[in-house]
Design a protein around this ligand. Structure first.
Ligand code: 2RA
Length: 341
């Protein structure tokens, strides 16, 4: 059967990874249409010997599109997703605009794939730091029952976008050349520094990124009472986010069972042999399908606690790959159209 797929935001960091993953994973599309802002319309994008001319994303373009990945930010989703759904197109959205809507499934296919069955034309995908963290936390929750987590993130600059990657590289070069550093994207120097500020602060003192990690973990894991406290930090890493997690569980924990559960979980690769300097790092887990989990140990501050470390590609499992995996599953299970009744 023929399948016309659209990518909205095709020229951005996540959009480019979507184009790449669809070709590399042999995604079963017959036609691929790339959409972006009027500014990028007319540009040509080449992949696997094929050329695509970027079209302007605007109302009316979704006629005949079966499935569209939205990777252009919340305002574009709010402006165009409804139009796409009316045209009979399934929207797989990467923005944060609709994640907390009660009737919109927020799905990581290794965790809550059953939610893909009851959709009304839109599937939301989680924030990058949430998705990467849950590749370690979910298998441990299944064994021991999580009730409280304290998180610190180490987030790469590609999570901000291509202009932030350039800012880091330019600042590194300027620092080495003893030239003044130019700051445009971040409020502080990011080269050789850490910035404990991702998204905007609210009056609780937490940032939007920190609140997203709490709310999205609760929704995806189906644990509305889960207690979460996150501190999200931008670090001078180009690609792949890392997260330090201290988690408290209902039942007594066992490190060897925890390692075995992580090793058996499809979204994770266990890298946990500290005596031989084996643990995941973001450089090793950039452009990897699985997220690396290691440093699993009994937590000394909680009664039934485990501490661990996860590194995973924010542009892949944290964004484009999770969206593509959701779409692949929906195609296999014939779920593209909303189910009746
Ligand atoms: C970040 N969470 O890394 C964002 C990307 N969506 O800033």
């Amino acid at each position: 059967p023929s399948l016309t797929v659209g990518i909205v935001g095709a020229t951005g960091a996540v959009g480019q990874e979507l184009v790449r993953l669809m070709h590399e994973r042999n995604f079963p599309f017959t036609t691929l249409r790339l959409f972006a802002s009027a500014r990028s319309a007319g540009r040509t994008i080449e992949h696997s010997g094929k050329k695509y001319v970027v079209e302007e994303a605007k109302p009316g373009v979704f006629a005949g599109v079966d499935l569209a990945f939205f990777a252009a930010g919340g305002s574009v989703t709010r402006a165009l997703a409804g139009d796409a759904v009316k045209a009979g197109c399934l929207v797989i959205d990467k923005s944060s605009a609709l994640r907390q809507e009660p009737d919109i499934p927020l799905v990581i296919p290794e965790i809550n794939p059953e939610k893909l069955r009851a959709h009304k034309g839109i599937i939301a995908n989680p924030n990058c730091s949430t998705a990467v963290m849950l590749m370690g936390l979910w298998p441990l929750h299944q064994l021991f029952g999580v009730k409280r987590v304290i998180i610190s993130t180490y987030q790469s600059v590609s999570g901000t976008g291509a202009e932030a990657v350039r800012e880091l590289e330019d600042q590194v070069q300027a620092h080495v050349a003893k030239q003044p550093l130019v700051k445009k994207v971040y409020p502080y120097q990011i080269a050789f520094n850490c910035i404990p500020h991702i998204d905007t602060f609210d009056d609780t003192g937490y940032t939007g990124e920190e609140t997203k990690m709490a709310m999205e973990s609760r929704k995806i894991m189906g644990l509305p009472g889960l207690k979460v406290s996150a501190t999200t930090v931008r670090v001078p890493v180009v690609r792949a986010h890392s997260i330090s997690v201290c988690a408290e569980f209902e039942r007594s924990v066992d490190v060897e069972k925890a390692r075995a559960a992580v090793a058996a979980f499809p979204g994770a690769e266990l890298v946990d042999d500290p005596a031989n300097k084996k643990y995941p790092t973001p450089v090793d887990f950039a452009e990897k399908v699985k997220c690396g989990v290691g440093r699993i140990r009994k937590d000394t501050a909680f009664e039934n606690g485990l501490s661990f470390w996860v590194s995973g590609d924010n542009l892949w499992k944290g964004a484009a790959l999770n969206a593509v995996q959701n779409a692949e599953l929906m195609i296999r299970e014939n779920l593209l159209k909303p189910q009746q009744g």
